[in-house]
Write a protein that binds this ligand. Structure first.
Ligand code: RP5
Length: 161
């Protein structure tokens, strides 16, 4: 299973980095590129049209401001596209959220929260887990670890009383 992570600018990478790490933890291969719907539309088109040949099964696409990148990617493929709106302007990500989520009927983008890159990685893993036993096991372990972490947090709060 392989995911393409496409971001509009290298300034988005600090938000995407934890998602790339999570994908690796889940044993999912990835390719990462910077390409912009507005600044390099030809590069976006060419990359997405070649993606199937390159073994890409799903896309995680992040952009800020007037964030048309995920929608444009979705227009060139029938593979799942998971959008991550980035907080990159004085509008605190609301601009990117609406630009990413409000797709016209027929071309969906599964849109995460503003800066919600880790959930994008988890959602990609959940798509693959339908058919991949190993990824399903890793997701279950991830949930168990979260449960244990919440228990620890609870203990830490109690210790401060
Ligand atoms: C968007 O504009 C990018 O995805 C980024 O979030 C934002 C700012 O880009 P830079 O000016 O930092 O390259 O297209």
């Amino acid at each position: 299973m392989k995911v393409a992570v496409i971001m509009g600018s290298d300034s988005d990478f600090p938000i995407l980095k934890p998602a790339t790490e999570l994908l690796k933890d889940f044993g999912i291969e990835l390719d990462v590129i910077v390409a912009s719907a507005h600044r390099t539309p030809d590069k976006v088109r060419e990359y997405v049209l070649n993606a199937q040949k390159e073994g890409i099964d799903a896309f995680i696409v992040a952009a800020g401001a007037a964030a048309h990148l995920a929608g444009v990617v979705a227009s060139f493929t029938v593979a799942p596209v998971i959008g991550v709106p980035i907080n990159a302007t004085p509008m605190n990500g609301m601009d990117a959220l609406l630009s990413t989520v409000q797709m016209p009927s027929g071309i969906p983008v599964a849109t995460m929260a503003v800066n919600g890159a880790k959930n994008a990685a988890i959602f990609a893993a959940e798509i693959f887990a339908v058919k991949d036993e190993n990824i399903r096991k890793k997701l279950t372990e991830y949930r168990e670890k979260m449960k244990a972490d919440v228990a620890k947090k609870s203990e830490r709060v109690k210790a401060q009383l």
